[in-house]
Design a protein around this ligand. Structure first.
Ligand SMILES: Nc1ncnc2c1ncn2[C@@H]1O[C@H](COP(=O)(O)OP(=O)(O)OP(=O)(O)O)[C@@H](O)[C@H]1O
Length: 813
């Protein structure tokens, strides 16, 4: 705390700045309202003011010009309106809490220290000279995040500036009143962070702008590398830093980066809502948010029923007795691997020499162009042409061929018959079309007649226009055109390439029964265990018009590699959260899909709960290879901000690789393990504990289960025991609500709760080594309290947790 006198001075300054903000808002407000009315007015009068005249060419041009002018004027007004509105909202936001930090910095060579007040955006005094508030993203503001009082420097576009930081101060301000002021010697004062982290969880993520940590700031401001990888412990602020980074980039590159050129891939649709308020809170427009599954659905959803990652997860967790289980798991791993990616790349190259698969073009049950003919043409093109280019040539040929066949078809029997069923509408259309032609005809006829008169000759074709013949010809053409339309559309979409057969062909090679692992044809990679069964499962699924989750990306990759990629070069920044859950294929895909983008991938290999997963930063990481080590920067975050010291102490004992995680120093109760004797008793204990937590004031509680079926069971049991307001979260729930949620671990990814209850931590439930990370992920969702329930023995995953790390309670009989 600071002295009373200083506090008073700070309050005085705050009041002054607030008053200036109010004045500025007062100046802009009428303008905003005026602009609003103007825009509506111009739109309303738009068509009144432009009279469209088509009587002469000049008139018509005049009208078009006038419309264009009006439109340009309107767009300009709207743009300036939007800018003003944005400015207005920024001022409003500032007026609620103008700043959160201050540094006094004496630049070397100057005789005075400047006081730099830092807030969510800049505010300059009316004279235009004095910055009353600096935006947190300005170069000088980085001092606040990176240094303690003493020698300090910061980077600007023109080089480094050094000096001495004489003061570093933090504020908590509400309604223009200072609630708290802290002077700090630390990089960012622990006191403020303590307060922020001690607060309750929300159903929306919060901006961390006032308490960004030095190691997070480095991630936020990194702007040299093409690829930024963040491997960070659970709760270390990866998602928070990512969102701040988006806001930073939108500011620092405001002349060349728009919010709609930034895309964030989230782990599930609910997560989109969870993080959607952060950027607007920082005064920025939201970026595009999507899930990879949504993208796959858009690209493949019409052709196949796609399995989503959550159904795949449910299968992996609950169908271990299925006879094909081992093969499926082996397939999931293989189909996500760099080995399969390389195999696929070799395969696509090989298609230039042989093995292409085509689908014949058929029409009314007749084969128009056989697959064989297409193959001949394809392999007859210049051998130096790539597959996609040859396909483009073939496509051109096919379109011409289809048009030729369509012309021939006009006199086919079915068209003769079709003429008998022409309705009046079609006749009218034909009449109309011919009538238009008639004008042209008449004009040329008149012209020819005039010439004939002038030359004193007679035309041979005079008067030979036969309307009914022409009408029939028109109708025949129309019938054939309509019937051929789907075929033409198909050729344009390249449906003549049999991608399904091409994909299946990848699995054709038989594995010898005596060997589980044999070298593939190319000799560079080995086939995975249960290879033959993997092939059988893959083919059977495809034949049903379905795609396993693990097949969707490789399938699309193959399709794109063969047919030529449709990329989005407009996207400039791609963010991937929960990056450990994406396969090597998906990363190769991102690179191809967004050729002009830089990438930021955030994740935690300790939370790799899906069977397919990618190590983010090790030597084998496909991510590091994606753009090359020189253009890649890896950051590590080891400090966990989410959970209390006690919870972090317990969770880090669950996983050997979590050993070096440091908790932020915030105290709380030890995790509690409660043993029950029967499922019924377990449910009763959970119900009682829930009531106790609610009575203590926790209003964000997560009951985390292994599977969706278990979540349903939990809901029924607890509701029967009188627990109120329980909300079940399924993969189709559109957004998180505050309260007591019951959900499977894989849907709790990335989110947090005041208190987490592990619904079943028994040895029976969690015992397979492959589920250790699943269990770890569940426990690391807790901020303040973690309680685990089990029947008989607890999961062996806690064997390494020293008994001092948690409390145990057996059920009272
Ligand atoms: N610098 C910070 N100041 C205040 N709060 C922070 C800071 N960094 C992280 N937090 C808080 O810590 C919690 C965890 O942050 P976040 O969800 O971003 O972590 P994460 O690394 O993405 O976690 P996970 O991998 O478990 O999804 C959030 O409540 C966030 O607000």
């Amino acid at each position: 705390m600071i002295e009373a006198r200083e506090w008073e001075q700070e309050q005085e300054r705050l009041s002054e700045v607030s008053a200036k903000l109010e004045d500025r808002i007062g100046e802009i407000e009428p303008e905003i309202e005026g602009l609003n009315e103007q825009a509506v007015d111009i739109r309303r009068k738009f068509w009144e003011e432009v009279s469209v005249s088509t009587s002469t060419n000049e008139d018509f041009e005049e009208s078009v010009y006038s419309i264009e002018q009006q439109e340009a004027l309107l767009s300009e007004r709207e743009r300036s309106h939007q800018n003003k509105v944005r400015k207005y909202h920024k001022l409003k936001r500032l007026s609620e809490s103008p700043y959160f930090g201050r540094i006094d910095f004496r630049e070397d060579g100057t005789g005075f220290a400047e006081s730099v007040y830092i807030g969510v955006s800049s505010f300059v005094d009316n004279d235009g000279l004095e910055f009353l508030i600096y935006d947190w993203r300005t170069p000088i503001a980085s001092l606040y995040y990176d240094h303690s009082p003493g020698r300090a420097d910061y980077e600007t576009p023109n080089g480094s500036i050094s000096g001495k930081m004489e003061l570093k101060r933090q504020y908590q301000i509400r309604d223009r009143q200072i609630l708290n002021v802290f002077d700090t010697s630390d990089t960012i004062g622990d006191e403020l962070l303590q307060q922020v982290l001690g607060g309750a969880a929300d159903n929306r993520m919060k901006s961390i702008v006032a308490t960004i940590q030095k190691e997070q700031n480095a991630i936020i401001r990194e702007d040299k590398s093409r690829m930024v990888i963040v491997q960070g412990a659970a709760g270390s602020g990866k998602t928070s830093a990512a969102l701040q980074r988006v806001a930073y980039l939108l500011y620092s590159q405001r002349d060349r980066l728009r919010a709609d050129q930034v895309v964030l891939f989230s782990p599930n649709p609910m997560f989109n809502g969870y993080v959607s308020t952060v950027l607007p809170e920082l005064g920025e427009e939201n970026m595009k948010q999507t899930t990879f599954q949504e993208y796959l659905e858009r690209r493949l959803g019409q052709a196949f029923a796609l399995e989503d990652p959550f159904d795949q997860m449910e299968y992996v967790l609950s169908q271990s007795s299925d006879p094909g289980y081992e093969a499926r798991l082996s397939g999931i791993r293989y189909k996500a691997s760099s080995g399969f990616l390389q195999e696929m790349q070799r395969y696509v190259e090989g298609l230039e020499r042989g093995g292409m698969k085509f689908r014949a073009l058929t029409f009314r049950g007749r084969e128009l162009v056989s697959a064989e003919r297409m193959r001949e043409l394809f392999y007859g093109y210049n051998a130096s042409l790539r597959t996609a280019n040859r396909l483009a040539k073939l496509q051109e040929w096919l379109l011409a061929e289809v048009k030729r066949l369509e012309r021939e078809e006009r006199y086919a029997k079915w068209v003769d018959e079709g003429l008998n069923y022409i309705d009046t509408e079609q006749y009218e259309e034909a009449y109309g079309e011919l009538h238009q032609e008639r004008h042209v005809f008449e004009f040329s006829e008149q012209y020819a007649a005039a010439r004939a008169r002038l030359n004193g000759t007679r035309r041979l074709d005079e008067g030979d226009f036969d309307f009914s013949e022409r009408q029939e010809a028109w109708l025949r053409k129309d019938l054939a055109r309509e019937a051929f339309e789907p075929l033409k559309r198909g050729v344009k979409r390249m449906t003549f390439v049999d991608v399904t057969a091409l994909y299946m062909q990848l699995f054709d090679q038989e594995q010898s029964p005596e060997s589980d692992r044999v070298s593939s044809e190319a000799g560079a990679s080995a086939l995975p265990p249960c290879w033959n069964e993997i092939g059988r499962q893959t083919r059977a699924k495809l034949e049903r018009g379905e795609l396993y989750c693990e097949d969707a990306t490789p399938y699309l990759y193959l399709k794109e590699m063969v047919e030529g990629l449709r990329s989005s070069s407009d996207i400039r920044q791609v963010f991937v959260d929960e990056g450990q859950d994406y396969s090597a294929f998906q990363y190769a895909f991102f690179k191809k899909m967004f050729p002009s983008a830089r990438m930021t991938v955030l994740g935690d290999f300790s939370q790799a709960i899906f069977t397919q997963s990618t190590e983010l930063s090790g030597p084998d990481s496909p991510l590091v290879h994606l753009y090359g080590a020189a253009d890649t920067r890896v950051f590590r975050l080891n400090r966990s901000y989410r959970s209390t010291r006690e919870i972090v102490g317990f969770t880090k004992a669950l996983l050997p690789e979590a050993a070096d995680i440091e908790p932020f120093d915030r105290e709380g109760a030890k995790p509690l393990l409660i043993g029950a004797e029967s499922p019924k008793q377990k449910a009763e204990l959970i119900a009682a504990h829930l009531k106790q937590l609610q009575a203590e004031g926790f209003d964000s509680i997560g009951i985390v289960t292994r599977t969706a079926a278990e979540a349903r069971e939990a809901l029924e049991q607890l509701a029967a025991l009188g627990c109120q307001d329980l909300k079940e979260i399924t993969k189709t729930t559109p957004e998180f609500k505050k309260g007591t949620l019951i959900l499977p671990v894989y849907l709790a990814k990335g989110v947090e709760f005041d208190a987490v209850l592990i619904y079943d931590a028994s040895a029976n439930a969690y015992n397979r080594e492959s589920e250790r990370k699943l269990f770890y992920t569940a426990c690391t969702r807790a901020m303040h309290r973690l309680t685990l329930f089990c029947i008989a023995d607890p999961t062996p995953f806690i064997d390494n947790a020293d008994l001092s790390l948690y409390d145990s309670a057996a059920a009272a009989q």
